[in-house]
Design a binder for this molecule. Structure first.
Ligand SMILES: [Zn+2]
Length: 283
């Protein structure tokens, strides 16, 4: 069934676990992530970035996920990841997304407040959750490696003011993670997270989690994170499975065969994360 992220994240927060938000790139990603959720009896969030939306379109992804959700026995939400403007968010809502993120983390504080508020004002009217971002998650969501040493942390006091003024319903925070592939071992600033958690009631979101050791993620969940995003690891998994099949079967020209291998690899990654996030058997 298709639901919004609101009830999902509220339940996760109350139950001290986190829901995985997995970036999907094509039909195979959608099928693999949903199958993994069914195997694990776990709620799940499928999300797409503007880059992925440019590759296909909002309605393509919306149709695929609506079809998957109508057949699934676990709650599924469709979320716009890193919404890059008011228009994109509204277009996603119209296309049937059940949750959006407006990312104003790249503009100054006051501009971020104004941009986020423009989206929450509309979304609130139809009771749709809005994730915002304050502080910086290093790297770039759609391409490029994580930038070393470039991850300014979210200021806890500023976070309180930001949420009060924008009415966003969840917040992505900068606590040391980065998008893309890590060059060294990442380090989550658990102290900053705890301080933000103690001052804010709304669900907190961890971005750039691919490559972060499971124990650090688990500790972050204990400290109040209840949505955890994974993109890079799924891309790597699918490509590994696909290429692996083709390397052993170079004469194959049926894309369904290597794709099945890719899906198996995605399922293994997603299922393992669901166990670590403790969302298994929470559907
Ligand atoms: Zn992100």
């Amino acid at each position: 069934m298709l639901v919004s992220t609101k009830e999902m994240l509220t339940a996760a927060q109350a139950g001290h676990y986190a829901v995985g938000a997995f970036n999907v790139e094509n039909l195979e990603f959608v099928m693999a992530v949903v199958r993994a959720a069914e195997e694990k009896r776990s709620p799940v969030i499928l999300q797409t970035t503007p880059g992925t939306i440019k590759y296909a379109s909002l309605d393509y992804f919306s149709s695929m996920v609506h079809t998957a959700a109508s057949r699934a026995h676990v709650p599924i939400a469709l979320h716009l990841d890193h919404g890059d403007g008011f228009d994109r968010c509204i277009q996603a809502i119209r296309a049937g997304y059940t949750s959006v993120m407006i990312d104003g983390s790249h503009v100054p504080f006051e501009e971020n407040v104004a941009l986020t508020s423009s989206v929450t004002k509309v979304a609130q009217a139809i009771d749709l959750p809005v994730e915002a971002e304050l502080g910086k998650v290093g790297g770039k969501e759609d391409d490029g490696p994580a930038v070393k040493g470039e991850s300014p942390y979210t200021d806890p006091e500023q976070a309180v003011e930001f949420v009060a003024r924008t009415h966003c319903t969840s917040l992505a925070i900068g606590i040391g993670t980065a998008h893309g592939v890590y060059k060294g071992t990442p380090h989550i600033e658990q102290g900053i997270l705890k301080e933000i958690r103690s001052k804010l009631e709304i669900p907190l979101v961890l971005h750039g989690t691919s490559g972060v050791p499971d124990d650090q993620v688990k500790e972050a969940i204990n400290n109040g994170i209840c949505k955890v995003n994974y993109a890079t690891e799924l891309r790597q998994a699918f490509t590994r499975g696909f290429m692996g099949y083709m390397a052993s079967n170079p004469s194959c020209f049926d894309p369904k065969k290597p794709s099945k291998n890719g899906m198996q690899e995605i399922m293994a990654v997603v299922e393992s994360h669901m166990d670590n996030l403790d969302s298994t058997n929470k559907a």
